[in-house]
Design a protein around this ligand. Structure first.
Ligand code: GUN
Length: 281
């Protein structure tokens, strides 16, 4: 069994971004800029945004965070995004999800200029991804693809089971895998017999948010397991969706939590923002 070390891979990507930022500054006097909107006071969302902010600072990006109260109106969020769309110093715009109930998330995401949509959530970018056109791709699934690449894991013809069908993770993950010629099964909350699907898979990618959802009896020998889940147990311990202790010995490769996919999400956000800045007029 080999661990897929997301922390170390993300560190390598950060170093590349730092070097590219210096070149961009020197040659074009461009400093990549990321704007983040966060609504309400969900501690997990604030923790993620704070990590994103710190990462921007570390690699030399310009970054601004707009903290908005939970009572904010949809119109006010839209106006803020429209300002960011016009701001020449901003290359990437990210609205931290989930948004409060009174806000229509799809309407908000559609206001973001697709060329600044570094989260890849705008319908334009989702459409490009599905049709195999160049686009911004959601950071977490993109990070998983980088892990496969870094560990020389060939996806062509592999049976891959994606557990979870969210717009943020499961659906873009399945599209990327399909584009890489894998045979993809997407399972979700209504799937009748999850185990029958995971047990057949060469690769299981799970991002649901349920500790111990994937147990050793659900995984075939030498499978590859990618755990996207991040769950905080009552004792404060961070775990994924996989019963790591019992599943890991059966796997050829597995990602740990923490130190697996999580750091890659942030690395891809930096990479997407840098990509946008390189295209700045
Ligand atoms: N909420 C959970 N994951 C993400 C993410 O990758 N981007 C945004 N904007 N919100 C999230």
């Amino acid at each position: 069994m080999q661990l897929i070390d997301g922390k170390s891979l993300a560190h390598t990507i950060h170093q590349t971004v730092i070097a590219d930022v210096a070149t961009l500054k020197q040659n074009k006097n461009i400093v990549p800029g990321l704007a983040v909107i966060i609504v309400g006071d969900d501690p997990a969302s604030h923790a993620y945004v704070s990590m994103k902010e710190k990462a921007c600072e570390k690699v030399g990006f310009y970054s601004i965070v707009h903290k908005m109260p939970i009572t904010i109106s949809q119109e006010e969020i839209i106006q803020t995004i429209e300002m960011m769309n016009q701001n020449p110093r901003i290359d990437g715009i990210l609205v931290q999800l989930p948004l409060p109930k009174q806000i229509e998330t799809e309407k908000i995401l559609e206001v973001i200029d697709p060329h600044k949509d570094v989260d890849g959530f705008h319908a334009y970018n989702v459409g490009c991804l599905v049709t195999g056109l160049e686009s911004f791709v959601a950071c977490t699934p993109l990070g998983v693809m980088k892990m496969f690449e870094a560990y020389d894991i060939n996806l062509q013809g592999k049976d891959v089971c994606v557990v979870g069908a969210s717009n943020i993770v499961g659906k873009p993950m399945a599209s990327l895998l399909l584009n890489a010629n894998a045979t993809v099964t997407i399972t979700h909350i209504h799937t009748k017999d999850l185990k029958s699907h995971t047990l057949r898979a060469d690769i299981v990618v799970v991002g649901v948010g349920k500790p111990n959802l994937i147990t050793a009896d659900m995984i075939k020998d030498d499978a590859i397991v990618i755990d996207i889940g991040i769950n905080k147990l009552p004792n404060g311990k961070l775990v994924g969706d996989v019963d790591f202790e019992n599943v890991a010995p059966k796997c050829s490769y597995i990602t740990p939590v923490p130190g697996g996919v999580g750091p890659m999400t942030i690395a891809m956000l930096l990479a997407n923002t840098l990509k946008s800045a390189k295209k700045r007029k």
